[in-house]
Design a protein around this ligand. Sequence first.
Ligand code: SAM
Length: 322
Amino acid sequence: MYANRSTRLVLGLLSRKTTAAGRSASSGTAVRKLRALETQRHGVTCPSRAVSSSQTTVDPDEVRRFQSLAGKWWDERGEFAALHSMNDLRVPFIRDNLLNVHGARQPGKPLGRLRVLDVGCGGGLLTEPLGRLGANVLGIDPVGDSIGTARLHSSRDPDLRDRVCYRACTLEELSAEREGEEEGAGLYDAIVASEVVEHLADLETFASCCNHVLKTDGSLFITTINKSNLSYALGIVVAEQLLRIVPSGTHDWEKFISPVELERLLESNGFSVKSVQGMLYNPASGAWSWTNSTAINYALHAVKVRDDPDAEESAAHPEDRG
Ligand SMILES: C[S@@+](CC[C@H](N)C(=O)[O-])C[C@H]1O[C@@H](n2cnc3c(N)ncnc32)[C@H](O)[C@@H]1O
């Protein structure tokens, strides 16, 4: 349905929503063995247990859509082609901003030993190159079959076996597991959520959980689609209604977010936004480039400057507590 290059012309990366069901893990003996190995090597348990949470980022329709594409992540000419080529921009964006903060770690492995969480990792298209740069990366995604695809793919590269781990879960589940732990002692040096926030049910929960699992001074990297007239025209009107490149209703423009709104959300959740850069997809070449305009796609880098501001607020004004 997301067919050829001219299709992607109109869509840029208006991350295709897909279809189908829940969390049927990508089971099979091979996958179970790989998972056990990962647990051993990372010294982390990667349980699938769901921690109850009153607020969730999960939109079940989105999960169903991505479930139907879970086997297609590594087809470089397929539905996710534009995500493959986006690595040319987003990997250096993440690497260089992390190097600015932390300095180079080891020759050839500039992100050596940094702990990175890739939220909504899908099949691991971005997780893997970050692992190759030396980071210890945990990729999470609520779509179990995508996690299965990611595990199998990374298992073929011996360089990744000690660095990349995957888990079928949500950010809020991960965050809930840290309840009661010391504030500021977040687990991760960086969180990456690339082409993900436009698929979430609740951005406030997302931002607050990012704050909770990130170390103070840790970095948050987001790439997403602006909520602009242009993104509506190209993504909804042209792609869905005129050219019928994707079925009507595939993109929910209401879930797109402008850089200004995203910045406001992040700053109210303890982050300081360091940079926002426009990205442009060229459907003819299949390549991405940086642009001054954030009218369609953009990348954002923010740094956690304080812990949960709500907690601080209620500590400062105990009379406000209910
Ligand atoms: C457009 S894909 C991006 C995949 C990957 N980040 C990349 O750029 O290659 C969006 C991903 O978000 C995931 N997703 C949907 N809802 C999510 C949620 N509530 N929490 C985390 N990931 C979610 C989907 O399963 C899918 O893998």
